[in-house]
Design a protein around this ligand. Structure first.
Ligand SMILES: NC(=O)C1=CN([C@@H]2O[C@H](COP(=O)(O)OP(=O)(O)OC[C@H]3O[C@@H](n4cnc5c(N)ncnc54)[C@H](O)[C@@H]3O)[C@@H](O)[C@H]2O)C=CC1
Ligand SMILES: O=C(O)[C@@H]1CCC=N1
Length: 268
């Protein structure tokens, strides 16, 4: 990331995703003084970065090394209108759900543009980000994006832009599904009569421990599930409920479809 110190990085929108990426880049050697950050609501983190030399809501550099767009999709048209004067060789990365490469191209002209779909585990360096570039994004631009998102976790390159709506539904929104599962497990513990603090500790420890085990072992989720399930035991009794025809797998499929459809709609 040190090479970006030369031209600097312009970040437009610095909430949860933009902020997580900034933290990752700074941890990898990007100097705060090489950051230009625009956000109408600078919070404590941005003010602290400004105190370390970052340029917050300051005049833009004439030719940043790269631009990151991390505003909500609904704000994107307004933000793109303000970027029309950016030199044509400056690559633009965007993490916005739904906004298409064609839409960026229409607003920003022929230039390297890369759509990325990260997720919030990036906040702890455990994100997974999918990237796809337009026709002007060459191997060097994709390598740059890969390096930038690798600062906060894994990166996968997509074969086609059409895949990104499904990716958004799975890994972009997916952490929320897991958190909901943890909430439900905690509520179930309460319903079974356990005290609140214990219910929370058991739910967090179980979801966090199972996720860590799946990653550390590299083994199949189905195989790990079978190992918990003793014949005619307690887990089998629970799974018989969860795996009913309209049970958890079916619900997750429906939820992912709804998220995918919303991603498609955001791009229209
Ligand atoms: N939160 C998530 O799990 C993920 C979010 N994304 C995408 O990341 C983008 C940002 O999402 P979050 O960080 O969650 O939202 P956020 O609401 O935390 O951050 C958005 C930031 O943009 C700022 N902003 C609003 N108008 C602006 C403008 N005109 N110029 C500059 N900044 C402006 C806001 O003040 C806010 O700080 C969205 O497009 C979303 O689709 C992508 C993957 C995962
Ligand atoms: O909910 C959203 O629209 C964004 C995109 C993926 C996760 N959060």
């Amino acid at each position: 990331m040190k090479d970006l110190n030369d031209g600097g990085v312009l970040v437009v929108g610095c909430g949860r995703m933009g902020g997580a990426l900034l933290d990752g880049w700074i941890a990898q050697g990007l100097q705060p003084a090489s950051l230009w950050i625009e956000d109408p609501h600078p919070g404590d983190r941005l003010l602290a970065l400004a105190a370390q030399g970052a340029h917050v809501n300051a005049p833009r550099p004439a030719r940043p090394a790269v631009v990151l767009l991390a505003v909500k999709p609904q704000m994107m048209a307004e933000v793109l209108a303000g970027l029309a004067a950016l030199p044509a060789d400056v690559p633009v990365l965007s993490v916005a759900a739904g906004v298409s490469l064609q839409q960026y191209g229409a607003a920003l002209g022929d230039r390297p543009i890369i759509r990325a779909m990260p997720n919030t585990p990036a906040l702890v360096g455990r994100g997974i980000t999918a990237i796809i570039g337009n026709d002007h994004a060459g191997p060097g631009h994709l390598a740059l994006a890969t390096r930038m998102f690798s600062a906060v976790g894994e990166v996968v390159a997509l074969e086609a832009e059409a895949q990104i709506d499904a990716v958004t539904a799975i890994s972009g929104s997916g952490p929320a599904y897991l958190f909901l599962f943890a909430e439900a497990l905690e509520q179930a513990a309460r319903a079974l009569g356990l005290p609140e603090a214990l219910a929370r500790q058991l739910a967090r420890g179980t979801v966090g421990g199972a996720a860590a085990m799946m990653v550390a072992s590299g083994r199949d989720a189905a195989e790990l599930r079978r190992e918990v399930t003793s014949p005619a035991g307690t887990t089998a009794a629970a799974l018989a409920v969860l795996m009913r025809p309209d049970g958890l797998p079916d619900l997750i499929a429906q939820a992912a479809e709804a998220a995918r459809d919303r991603s498609v709609a955001l791009g229209q």
